[in-house]
Design a binder for this molecule. Structure first.
Ligand code: BES
Ligand code: MN
Length: 445
């Protein structure tokens, strides 16, 4: 088995080169102007998988972004493992805030910087390295599935799973799109929150009014909207919407200094909510106002604003139903506006949470593989974020065991500026995956 770790070390420079080439592609599916880049990245991913020795590689789509499916058939009697990653990336944000250009792979202090370096092009590099480490002849069947619209909520994933069910069917599914506990301690993600959103519009007047003429007598819509949004939390910062679910998080210690360091919380600003950090992050709902449409300061005048809108997003704890949570949020918004203001709620996305039963032979094998590759046991963690397709995979393949792994670490800054992957993590994650493929060939699995 340790030979395999050696071979991962041998193939890593090639995987890193592949990763650097992928980072150069601006595969932002959410930006219509850059959708051709997403098609280009699908082609590059397909070529890499062919070169790595997958006999059957195809690009597929179902009225959405192109995904890549590569297959290596299981030797007789051996199980098949599906390895997932996504080749689309988040928009890069303000270039001026990047220390090096976002689509120019750059190494500093043992970390490779660039958009998608970790989330989730590192997943593609890891799968390539694990497969190549087995001389492209692993003892299990391997299907690689690289999606192209994860950062847009995977809208066509359900159709892809239905259309290519036979190609994608597997005994074990490894979804490489999550976090590690630190750069020295790996994690297995065993719970994920769901994600819902809606747009709330408040109207108080049928047209704008001179604020001197009518201010103080009739309400402006923006003041009403602000009060309505404020009602979503109590004074301690706990979510104040009735009827939401709460589960129980794994007991891990998350000291306040670590929260401050990882979030960049400013001096004097306190945390919000009650309960342990893990409980608040992984097991309780969270509500965030993520956008407002109203008169900008530049365009403002002394006018009572007649209508204003906000987009509200909510994380749903494992065990809760996201559609029911969105209904509860909607009911709250419809009943908490002051002064009889008119409120219209337009529901948006609904992504389900998921809790994994992290026991049995596959998890036993994974923990052994992680310990060998990293030198320490993996920690079971939840994530506060969402990977709605986990629930979709689980529903499509109810008999498959799902593992959520990843190449991120607390310093990765996924979705933000200066995203990076730690090169040591990349190597250990690839070694763990290669070892896992070897172990899953054993008949006990
Ligand atoms: N890789 C993340 C999920 C994640 C978040 C992993 C935090 C580890 C820690 C994933 O790409 C993501 O960002 N998901 C979105 C949801 C999706 C529907 C756009 C999210 O959580 O906002
Ligand atoms: Mn991701």
């Amino acid at each position: 088995m340790s030979d395999l770790v050696e071979r991962v070390r041998d193939v890593l420079p090639e995987a890193r080169r592949d990763l650097e080439n992928l980072i150069r592609i601006e595969s932002v599916w959410a930006d219509p102007a850059r959708r051709p880049e997403v098609h280009h990245s699908a082609q590059v991913v397909a070529d890499l998988l062919s070169q790595a020795g997958f006999p059957d590689v195809r690009i597929v789509s179902e009225d959405g972004a192109p995904a890549v499916i590569a297959r290596y058939a299981a030797p007789p009697g051996a199980p098949t493992v599906l390895l997932y990653a996504h080749h689309d990336v988040q928009p890069e944000g303000d270039h001026a805030q990047w220390a090096s250009p976002p689509f120019e792979p750059t190494v500093r202090d043992g970390r490779l910087y660039g958009r998608g370096s970790a989330d989730d092009k590192a997943g593609i590099a890891t799968h390539l390295a694990a497969f190549r480490a087995h001389g492209s002849r692993p003892p299990v069947g391997v299907t690689v599935f690289v999606e192209g619209e994860e950062e847009s909520g995977s809208p066509s994933l359900g159709r892809l799973l239905a259309a290519h069910r036979d190609l994608l069917a597997a005994d074990v599914i490894v979804l490489a799109d999550s976090n590690n506990w630190t750069t020295d301690i790996p994690a297995l993600t065993v719970s994920l929150r769901g994600l819902v959103d809606c747009v709330v519009e408040v109207a108080t007047l049928d047209h704008g009014l001179h604020s001197g003429l009518w201010g103080g007598v009739v309400p402006d819509a923006l003041s009403v909207l602000v009060r309505l949004l404020a009602s979503l939390h109590d004074d301690d910062g706990n979510v104040a919407v009735a009827g939401l679910h709460e589960s129980t998080a794994a007991a891990v210690d998350y000291p306040p200094e670590r929260v401050r360091a990882e979030t960049g919380l400013l001096d004097g600003v306190s945390e919000i909510g009650s309960g342990s950090v893990a409980q608040r992050l992984w097991a309780k709902p969270a509500i965030t106002v993520i956008g407002i449409d109203t008169t900008s300061i530049a365009a403002s005048s002394n006018t009572l604003i007649p209508r204003a809108r906000a987009k509200v997003s909510m994380r749903v704890p494992p065990g809760g139903d996201s559609a029911a949570h969105l209904d509860a949020l909607r009911a709250h918004l419809e009943t908490h506006a002051p002064w009889g203001a008119h409120v219209t709620v337009t529901p948006g996305e609904v992504g389900q949470p998921y809790a994994i039963d992290a026991s049995g032979h596959v998890y036993d094998a994974a923990r052994v593989a992680f310990r060998q590759a990293w030198g320490v046991d993996p920690v079971d963690v939840g994530i506060g974020g969402s990977i709605p397709f986990v629930a979709e995979f689980a529903a499509a393949f109810p008999h498959a065991k799902i593992l959520v792994t990843g190449m991120e670490d607390p310093a990765t800054q996924a979705h933000s500026v200066n995203e990076s992957v730690h090169l040591g993590v990349l190597e250990k994650a690839a070694a763990a995956e290669a070892l896992l493929l070897g172990m899953l060939a054993a008949p006990t699995v």
